[in-house]
Write a protein that binds this ligand. Structure first.
Ligand SMILES: [Zn+2]
Length: 341
């Protein structure tokens, strides 16, 4: 029997709690639901006009066109893909903002209204966004709700002794190609007159994704084989690792960031890293980096200079403000950290 001491509260992995503890305003970092709910219409417009990814579509901010269908997306990755396929042909609303952690996101009453009034809701599924999924189950539905990520064949992981599907399907670009096809078809379903337009945008995006898939595979091959091993805070890179030939050596916590690592888990991870002789481990943008930093110090390895994007793209204008850029940036960080070129 394990008798493990949970990490003390000050080492909370979840960034939301961490930031709250640190007395930070999420506006400054993540632009989350907290800010969304309280900011009101003006705040919405302000955030939208400067930061929000979905705002790349002109219809996202104030200039709603009543004749166009309303599409609600949950996370920023699906938001980016949908914005690229739909462009200005739908009113697109993203519930999560760049930097938000979908595992612990707590939806607001405003989210509930958005979900109820949408003609189409595109969410990841495989329980990536439990708060939103719970809310969807308890709200009336007008339109269709589609778990876009569930077009991918799931890898599984064990959580509290149970085998569950891993929701981080976008780590394998081939899965995202399938997701884009699904998004295109669902958009066509609610707006058939734009079928050719969505098809063309989808095709263009899929062509870029195929290039990305190939480029990642090639870059990972430049890492010395013994270093092709990844240590991150939470277990979000299983699909990436399997697709591109990187072993997931260890993580502090599992597929959901709701968990907290035990002292024993931390100790075991330090030992594993020391034995493996990998040069670098990685923090993630949506999570508190303090504990993984401590692990790096104790194992006497480097912590990568830049953090990986695990479950969200970054704010507009930054280095990872689209799905494609996020994957390119992650690959660059991993390749540099593990001694590739
Ligand atoms: Zn995750």
């Amino acid at each position: 029997m394990e008798n493990e001491t949970k990490m003390k509260n000050s080492e909370n992995i979840t960034k939301h709690n961490w930031e709250r503890k640190m007395g930070r305003n999420r506006h400054l970092i993540g632009i989350g639901s907290w800010g969304w709910g309280k900011a009101g219409k003006f705040g919405f417009f302000l955030i939208c006009s400067t930061l929000m990814i979905g705002c790349q579509s002109p219809n996202l901010s104030g200039d709603r066109k009543p004749d166009q269908p309303k599409v609600v997306v949950t996370n920023t990755i699906i938001g980016d893909l949908t914005a690229k396929v739909a462009a200005d042909k739908v009113n697109l609303v993203s519930l999560l903002k760049p930097g938000d952690d979908p595992h612990v996101y707590e939806p607001t009453p405003q989210d509930s209204r958005a979900l109820e009034s949408a003609q189409l809701v595109l969410y990841n599924g495989y329980n990536l966004e439990p708060g939103i999924i719970r809310m969807m189950e308890s709200t009336n539905r007008q339109g269709k709700r589609v778990a876009v990520g569930e077009v991918a064949k799931p890898l599984t992981l064990s959580k509290n002794g149970e085998t569950v599907p891993d929701p981080h399907v976008w780590g394998d670009v081939k899965n995202v190609i399938l997701m884009v096809g699904k998004i295109r078809d669902e958009l066509t379903g609610i707006s058939p007159e734009n079928k050719a337009f969505f098809s063309q945008n989808g095709e263009q995006l899929i062509a870029e994704l195929k290039k990305l898939d190939h480029a990642i595979a090639q870059k990972i091959q430049t890492i010395p084989p013994q270093n092709r091993r990844l240590v991150t805070t939470h277990d979000a890179f299983q699909y990436y690792g399997k697709a591109y030939g990187i072993e997931i050596l260890g993580t502090l916590i599992g597929i959901s960031t709701e968990e907290q690592p035990s002292a024993q888990t931390v100790k075991n991870l330090v030992t594993t890293i020391q034995k493996s002789q990998i040069p670098t481990i990685f923090a993630e943008t949506t999570l508190n980096p303090n504990l993984i930093k401590t692990v790096a110090q104790e194992a006497n390895v480097k912590l990568a200079r830049t953090q990986l994007y695990s479950d969200s793209i970054d704010v507009r204008g930054s280095r990872g403000d689209s799905y494609i850029k996020m994957m390119q940036e992650n690959t660059k960080t991993i390749v540099e950290g593990l001694g590739g070129r």
